[in-house]
Write a protein that binds this ligand. Structure first.
Ligand code: ADP
Length: 261
């Protein structure tokens, strides 16, 4: 709060990047990275055809390399900037490319900040319409320093409908408001599970918690995503669902649950 009350330091745009969208969550494991990956793919897909990059600043648990089926070390450009790795037309950068896969990510505060600085300033993105940033969960130093160092067009907050996740999502939304980052809305994830055999629907984490929070905070619900085996498998095999099943609602596999109002 001391940092916040000092007011905003000067923000410097990332070279070549028009819009930065951060994807954040209060809690871990709610589907933030899954959302970031699929948002990036949807922006780059045919209908929109945007030039999109994906920056993983979740330095404690980088999951973008696995989700985007990428590994290896970035090459350096002539001006000594790191070249993003490319898959599915998305330029990606992650701490996961810079350390061994199983190396313990034990960071001291200052190391975290220099890692973030490197990821924000030493990447040659070329020209991007959108840079989607996968934030770490919570409202700590990393979230603050990212928000204060680069101009952010908007934040997407992901939550399950569960109270404990919502509480933290609420905190996240307040943090972005404090640092003057517009919150674009909430994504409610894992809201319903439909048994593939009997078609019975179960609201494992609750039904409409994120909708309630959206009303409380006067925010939009940007999406409502069921808990579905295909989504988990797609993530784990590095073939994100938007890429591998772009028209899945035709098959009846993934369907948006009806708006309960
Ligand atoms: P976070 O970034 O919030 O920690 P992830 O996006 O890594 O969360 O998701 C956590 C796990 O849950 C991953 O294994 C992912 O594949 C899975 N997952 C996320 N959303 C869904 C969903 N709607 N249905 C099924 N599995 C999901």
């Amino acid at each position: 709060s001391q940092i916040m009350s000092r007011g905003l330091p000067k923000q410097k745009p990332i070279e070549g990047v028009k819009q930065v969208i951060v994807v954040a969550s209060g809690k871990g494991g709610v589907g933030k990275s899954t959302t970031a990956v699929n948002l990036a793919l949807a922006l780059a897909a045919n209908e929109l055809s945007k030039a999109v990059g994906l920056l993983d600043v979740d330095v404690y648990g980088p999951s973008i390399p696995k989700m985007m089926n990428l590994k290896g070390n970035p090459e350096l450009s002539q001006s000594n900037l790191m070249r993003p790795l490319l898959n599915y037309g998305i330029a990606c950068m992650s701490m996961g490319f810079l350390v061994e896969e199983t190396a313990p990510l034990v960071w001291r505060g200052l190391m975290v900040m220099s890692a973030i600085e490197k990821l924000l300033r030493q990447v040659d993105w070329g020209q991007l319409d959108y840079l989607v940033v996968d934030m770490p969960p919570g409202t700590g130093d990393v979230q603050l320093s990212v928000s204060q160092n680069i101009p952010i067009s908007g934040a997407v907050i992901v939550s399950t409908p569960q109270d404990i996740a919502l509480m933290d999502a609420h905190r996240g939304a307040e943090m972005f408001r404090k640092v003057h980052v517009p919150v674009l809305g909430l994504v409610q994830n894992m809201s319903v599970f439909q048994c593939p055999k009997c078609k019975h629907k179960t609201h494992i984490f609750g039904a409409d918690g994120a909708r309630r929070l959206a009303r409380t905070l006067d925010l939009d619900i940007l999406g409502d995503i069921p808990l579905h085996l295909n989504i988990r498998e797609a993530s784990d095999t590095g073939q994100p669902i938007v890429f591998s099943q772009p028209e899945s609602d035709e098959s009846g596999e993934i369907q948006e649950p009806a708006d309960p109002g």
